[in-house]
Design a protein around this ligand. Structure first.
Ligand SMILES: [Zn+2]
Length: 691
């Protein structure tokens, strides 16, 4: 009932809302769990009133403003306020926040579902679309109208009442089940730790990883400076060095077993949830007249149908499967030579370890040698300089702006010598209250010409007491990747907010992010940011050459890993419904020839695949998008390679034709405008050394 009280309060008190704050510097400290319920109830109620007004207007005087724009505005405040709640749920998770988040989630999800099932609203929008007023719409407004019509249809607007009710229930249930799946991942990851008290056990592990493990133990009151202990977890910066470098087979096995059991073991077992989620997604697709969930989801994406996406994956599989088998055989042979034992299959916890050893030997290249050149502050500065030059922007850090955690930084983006384009937060280090992985999100979309607000998050190697945060090359690529997504949002410049920035087809959304990773591989750009943290030297030529030579090492395996996830995802959303097999048997069959054969069979990734199951839709039936967009990014980068990787003319062209355009035109058209032709897969195969 609290929300009623707030509703009746005068405007001066309303100013104290925290989640409802459309400024570029929201007050994070005020966003307490206690305020979630009253404020979300308040915005929901306000939005309902706005929707009522749209429904009840005179059908003879419908305008763009009174229909499409009014609808956009009705949902915007809910999206912005709830966006902040779910953002905090990702970066400052706590029992209190989680409780109220879960309490409000069904209401918010119901609100959005009901909009599209609202018959009065649908008849107003349809009526407007058939009126003469549409003749006056601009091209982008017309695109907006068509997208909204499609949104309504794909969300069940034309269903009968019983089906609508059922769809509504499905959406609500999906929201809850996927949230639970996601919580299980975080909880299972945090529930595990390994404390080592004998340094001898850590042989092989790089100093950086040892140091981080020691400091982590101290933070957990384990060990002292004189008698240190080392703490390992399943968070990426702790997990990966162990799997890649640690000589002790038994410890690696233990860590691998713990990691692969995420989502398998009570109380965090996701099996049941997966089956329920898949069933509901299929039911939803059937209700809406689609053969399967992939067809429903991909209809407005570049791939158009589930089968097209699946064929894309199968085609790539054909092209690389020979290289994939060769790489595995090579590695098995290498291990046999080194251990003086007969050739045999690898154990899954041996793969990264022996791959690293072989790579070091083949290319005399140790990834760790690069770390001193990748201190996070220099990388960020270099990245800002490069993108500044390419896209004619300037990025400035502001120190006095409030954030959600003391490690989070805040920046503003300006047109070079010009107006403010937007602002963003950067949150780079792991915390227990923060979910894993790296991501970008938007917090505010301004009108055309106004500033936008966004954020980028990651779980990077921390600074230690002696050294700044020195990253791996993969982590550097991740910084560029997320920043690419962010620029897609900040540089968005079209007249319709609903079509802004990253709100594009999902198999196109990774183009701006992945293309930026290319600048982590070019001498000219690396020299701008890859400087030794102590001596300021650039990466020595021989180290750079080794890094390039090693780039395509095990490239087929790497590609195959992505293809296998994409295949599993698509098969689950296309063919699982017709199968009598159990989840695991079905996946086994679908991935035949897509995974290496090991001595110990690893459990499927399906129980810890947040991309596909931590959101009602998310990357479901869409994991293939990464590879799809890699085709686009490798291809688009050939223009930079040809015309100059720091060539501002090409940069501006990319900004004007892709980054600024959002979803104002179909993705294939935007790509064609930048490249002057259709996408071509050759550049990707060449870059991966698979051509
Ligand atoms: Zn991405």
């Amino acid at each position: 009932m609290l929300y009623r009280v707030i509703l009746n309060e005068p405007p001066t008190i309303l100013m104290q809302y925290s989640y409802i704050d459309n400024s570029l510097e929201p007050k994070w400290h005020a966003m307490t769990p206690a305020k979630v319920k009253p404020e979300i109830m308040h915005v929901l109620q306000k939005a309902q009133q706005k929707l009522k007004k749209i429904e009840n207007q005179d059908k003879n005087c419908l305008t763009y403003e009174s229909t499409l724009l009014a609808l956009e505005s009705a949902t915007e405040e809910v999206e912005n306020a709830w966006g902040k709640v779910s953002h905090l749920d990702s970066v400052c998770n706590s029992a209190e926040l989680r409780e109220v988040y879960n309490e409000m989630l069904p209401l918010v999800s119901e609100f959005f579902t009901k909009i599209f099932l609202n018959a009065n609203l649908w008849s107003i929008i349809k009526c407007f679309s058939e009126s003469s007023a549409v003749k006056k719409l601009s091209k982008v407004q017309e695109r907006f109208l068509n997208e909204v019509l499609a949104d309504f249809k794909e969300s069940g607007a034309e269903l009968d009442e019983t089906s609508k009710k059922r769809l509504e229930a499905i959406e609500a249930e999906l929201a809850q089940l996927t949230q639970k799946y996601s919580e299980n991942l975080l909880d299972a990851t945090n529930a595990w730790e390994l404390i080592i008290d004998d340094e001898k056990e850590l042989k092989g592990l790089p100093e950086s990883a040892k140091e981080a493990a020691k400091e982590d133990a101290l933070r957990k009151n384990q060990g002292t400076l004189e008698a240190p202990k080392w703490r390992f977890t399943l968070h990426a910066p702790s997990l990966h060095p162990v799997m890649q470098y640690l000589d002790n087979d038994l410890i690696r096995e233990k860590v691998w077993r713990a990691n692969s059991s995420i989502g398998h073991v009570d109380p965090y077992d996701n099996t049941q949830l997966i089956n329920q989620i898949l069933k509901l997604r299929q039911e939803k697709a059937s209700l809406l007249g689609y053969e399967n969930f992939a067809d429903l989801t991909l209809k407005r994406r570049m791939a158009k149908t589930g089968d097209n996406a699946l064929n894309f994956i199968k085609d790539l599989h054909q092209r690389i499967k020979k290289s994939f088998q060769d790489e595995i055989k090579n590695l098995e042979q290498y291990k046999a030579e080194k251990t003086k034992k007969p050739i045999d299959r690898l154990e899954p916890w041996e793969l990264a370890y022996w791959a690293e050893k072989q790579r070091k030997e083949l290319f005399h290249f140790d990834e760790e040698e690069l770390r001193p050149y990748f201190s996070i502050d220099r990388i960020l500065n270099g990245m800002f300089q490069i993108t500044g030059r390419l896209f004619n922007i300037e990025i400035k850090e502001l120190n006095n702006v409030e954030t959600w955690h003391k490690e989070v930084k805040y920046y503003r983006v300006y047109e070079k010598n010009g107006r403010l384009l937007g602002a963003f937060y950067a949150d780079w280090y792991p915390r227990e209250s923060k979910r894993g992985g790296a991501w970008m999100n938007h917090l505010l979309t301004g009108a055309q010409g106004e500033a936008h607000l966004g954020l980028i998050c990651g779980n990077m190697t921390r600074p230690t007491q002696q050294k700044p945060a020195l990253l791996t090359h993969r982590e550097v690529e991740t910084l560029f990747h997320e920043f690419g997504h962010l620029l897609h949002h900040i540089l968005g410049d079209i007249e319709v907010k609903s079509l802004h920035g990253t709100k594009v087809a999902w198999d196109f959304v990774e183009l701006p992010s992945q293309i930026l990773e290319n600048w982590c591989w070019e001498r000219e750009s690396l020299d701008l940011f890859a400087r030794h943290y102590e001596t300021d030297a650039t990466i020595p030529e021989d180290l750079f050459k080794k890094m390039l030579a090693a780039r395509t090492y095990l490239s087929a395996m790497d590609t195959m890993r992505q293809l296998s996830i994409a295949k599993m995802d698509l098969e689950l959303h296309i063919n699982y419904k017709n199968s009598a097999k159990t989840l695991d048997d079905f996946i086994d069959e679908a991935l035949n020839n897509y995974t290496p054969e090991y001595k110990t069979k690893p459990p499927s990734l399906v129980r810890r695949l947040g991309h596909v199951f931590a959101d009602p839709t998310g990357y479901a039936a869409g994991y293939y998008s990464y590879k799809w967009a890699e085709v686009l990014d490798a291809d688009a980068f050939t223009r930079f390679k040809k015309e100059g990787i720091l060539n501002a003319e090409v940069g501006i062209d990319f900004r004007n034709k892709i980054l600024s355009k959002g979803n104002s035109s179909p993705a294939e058209k935007l790509f064609r405008e930048f490249m002057g032709r259709e996408p071509n897969i050759d550049a990707l195969l060449k870059r991966s050394g698979l051509f």
